[in-house]
Design a protein around this ligand. Sequence first.
Ligand SMILES: [Zn+2]
Length: 345
Amino acid sequence: MTAALILSAYAFAVALLAPPLITRHWPSDRAPRLTVVLLQILTSSFLVAAVGAGLALAITLVDGLSQLSPTLEACADQLPVTDHGSLGTALGHLGWISAVVLSARLLYCLLTTFGTARRRRRAHSEMLRMLATRDERLGVLVLDHPAPACYCLPGDVVITTGALERLSAMQLEAVLLHERAHLSGRHHLIIALATAIRRAVPHIKLLDYAERETRRLVELIADDAAVARTSAPTVAAALAVIGTSHVPDPDETGSPVPETALAIDSSPTLRRIRRLLGLDLSLTRRGHALTVTAITAATNLPLALLGVTGATTVFRPCPRSGDSGWPQTVVMSVDADSLDGASAP
Ligand SMILES: [Zn+2]
């Protein structure tokens, strides 16, 4: 029960406190790639703690489950179980049901989110085959549309005639480098993963924040990749052309960019331009220390709690005699005082 409470408290704390702490104290814009990794670890950590809390509650049902195994039956009386309390039994059932439901829902959302995105991308690619023409020199598909836009689908970069007319040669190179960074980084999969986790457990502040920030940060990662091969002013100028000079869409279907695509203008552009022109993008020593500390804590804490829970549950309640079938090494690990105080099974 104690372990379940600790794991639940950890899950609540991560869900509520991580977003404001990262927003205020974390150098996200200086280290977008590290921040995406950190968000993935924090969301995984939250899920492990939530499922672990349910499993920790389910341990209280071991007394009932002991009828299935002579080994468990031998030790069941000494396990920290609430074998005769209706509340304890109810909590135990609630625990394993919660763990199973959460795991099943996560799997369902992963399958449906990735499946739906894949189907939409295929449908859009088939439409592009009819509407777009391939520019062999640039290696892109060109869509005849007045709005300046550029986006990528797995395997292809799509650019509009409006963008080709407005961009200089260097800016066009920066835009294409940006989109190809999305493709090589498989950013569509990273975003789909964050979306699936957010859908699996809705209305959790951490998961909403992780999805929103992941969408924003992959744009910064792609910007940095373009800067590495061109220059920050060139990428900023290209962003200004593509991201701030939209032709007003006549209706909701007027945009040339599909919902599932990673477009260059899919996050607040002015903030990205200011970042490119004004920031020292190198991570400070303090930033490195924060990164290592946060990633280590988020990765290890719930696993350590689960390990302690398992160890204290299994090793503490061993019977005094060796006739129960319980492994001898376990009996040897209990000190003499504990053995004297223990009751025979
Ligand atoms: Zn982009």
